[in-house]
Design a protein around this ligand. Structure first.
Ligand code: ASP
Ligand code: MG
Length: 453
């Protein structure tokens, strides 16, 4: 059994929906369970409408109209007539009537709680799963739309609810296995769930991947496929380095490193339920299905160590604290970190010497307050407009000469700070922002555009 999850762009219009249906049909012999996002931009629209509705701004009517028109158009193009068209039209009318009531309700109350917002933002997935199931049926697959809110049980943390894995597993098996065993394909909306009392919740924006992992873990799937609009995770940002390549396989740790640097393809925390159970997660492109994609696994193939990607994060600030009198004294670092803790500022890279410490932070807001406090501990310098460049991979501690190759490649670039040794999946260094793109081009050439010696 496999989970096939389609992101918003992969069900964003008639052609995409038909392509998704074909992809599922082609994998019918693997017993697919389908999880879908709302059509692209629909969740944004639902939330925008809610924010207008709470102010009783008549523009919320326009948003409602846009949501209706987008779905109406999709349904009528997919199903020119017949019972499927009627069923979908009726479902659409029902759900959108409910949406209108919700908008009116928050307007009356002049209050948009996260509980109401969840009920509102769940509308997109409640519709998309019905449309995709109908498209599959039209393709000769016996698909059944299942309302995830009946299966995915969560706590009451509206807006970012946490699944109750035990109860969800029980319900998912009870409801979905009979469908699969009789040759059907369940189609579930991602992102949405409900409390044990049946109150609608959501897992947070982009939560459909999490849904896929939750059901994958609940049903012990062989594989979870995340169908999206990119070929997979890339060795580097292709907008900066056109010779970027798809990474065939990453470990969960590497995926986590890359996520910090804004690799938006997949957030590793969301696939944790799958990784913990040893279920591989494959990122695939619904636009270019021939591409093998990237596989994220808890246990990557042996012998596949080495660098897998280069990541870049701009807008970094270095804070440097030095205190010569602290020579050999203990407690200095503890006091420095107390300051960051006090201001709830997270620190990314650290380098220390006997009498000084350099740290990077990526949120500029707390810097004035942090530096004011730090200046009681020593002399403080702040370097702005810096960038972190990271070589991400695995097994770095075993790779003799890796750092040598890295710094040889970077001999023309001024490196301000280096961090290596905290884990064997990452070597990071800081350069000035204006040097960053040149640095990652050079590194990509060194590590990914030539045969390894
Ligand atoms: N539709 C939801 C969102 O846009 C969930 C998802 O797409 O993963 O955030
Ligand atoms: Mg989405």
């Amino acid at each position: 059994m496999i989970i096939m999850k389609f992101g918003g762009t992969s069900v964003g219009g008639v052609e995409r929906i038909q392509a998704a249906a074909r992809l599922v049909k082609e994998r019918f012999d693997r017993n697919p369970v389908v999880v879908t996002s709302a059509m692209s931009k629909i969740t944004d629209l639902l939330i925008r409408g809610a924010r207008l509705a709470v102010k009783r701004d008549p523009d919320s009517e326009n948003v409602l109209r846009e949501i209706r028109a987008r779905h109406d158009r999709t349904v009528s193009e997919l199903f020119p007539d017949g019972p499927m068209r009627e069923r979908l039209t009726a479902h659409l009318a029902l759900v959108l009537e409910e949406l209108r009531t919700l908008y009116t309700g928050v307007g009356y109350l002049e209050e948009l709680t996260s509980r109401s917002l969840d009920a509102i933002s769940a509308v997109g997935e409640r519709i998309s799963c019905e449309i995709l199931a109908a498209a599959l049926t039209q393709n000769g697959v016996r698909a059944e739309a299942v309302d995830s809110r009946g299966l995915l049980v969560t706590d009451e943390s509206f807006g970012k609810a946490n699944p109750d894995m035990e109860e969800t597993t029980r319900r998912a098996r009870l409801k979905l296995l009979p469908i699969i065993e009789t040759g059907g394909v369940p189609v579930l909306g991602g992102f949405i769930g409900a409390t044990p009392q049946g109150v609608t919740t959501t897992l947070g924006r982009g939560g459909s991947d999490w849904t896929a992992a939750i059901f994958g873990a609940a049903l012990n799937a062989d594989e979870i496929q995340i169908w999206t609009d990119v070929d997979g995770m890339m060795t580097v940002d292709p907008r900066i380095v056109p010779r970027a390549r798809v990474i065939p396989e990453v470990s969960a740790d590497e995926a986590a490193e890359l996520a910090y640097f804004g690799a938006k393809v997949l957030h590793p925390a969301t696939i944790k339920p799958a990784i913990e159970k040893g279920i591989p997660v494959r990122i695939l492109s619904s636009i270019n299905p021939a591409s093998k994609g990237t596989i994220v696994s808890g246990r990557p193939a042996a012998g596949s160590d080495g660098p897998c990607a280069i990541a870049l994060k701009k807008g970094i600030t270095i804070v440097l604290v030095s205190q010569p009198k602290m020579l050999m004294a203990h407690g200095f670092l503890a006091r420095v970190f107390e300051v960051f803790d006090h201001h709830r500022t997270s620190v990314d890279l650290i380098a220390t010497s006997e009498v000084s410490v350099s740290l990077t932070i990526d949120d500029p807001k707390p810097i004035p307050a942090v530096t004011a406090d730090l200046s009681r501990l020593g002399e403080v310098r702040v370097l702005r407009e810096m960038a972190i460049v990271s070589l991400v991979g695995r097994g770095f501690f075993r790779h003799a000469g890796l750092a040598g190759r890295l710094f040889h490649a970077l001999r023309e670039v001024n490196v301000t700070m280096i961090s290596f040794g905290a884990s064997d999946v990452n070597i990071s260094f800081v350069v000035e922002e204006r040097d960053a793109e040149r640095a990652i081009c050079t590194l990509h050439r060194e590590f990914f555009e030539q045969e390894r010696p």
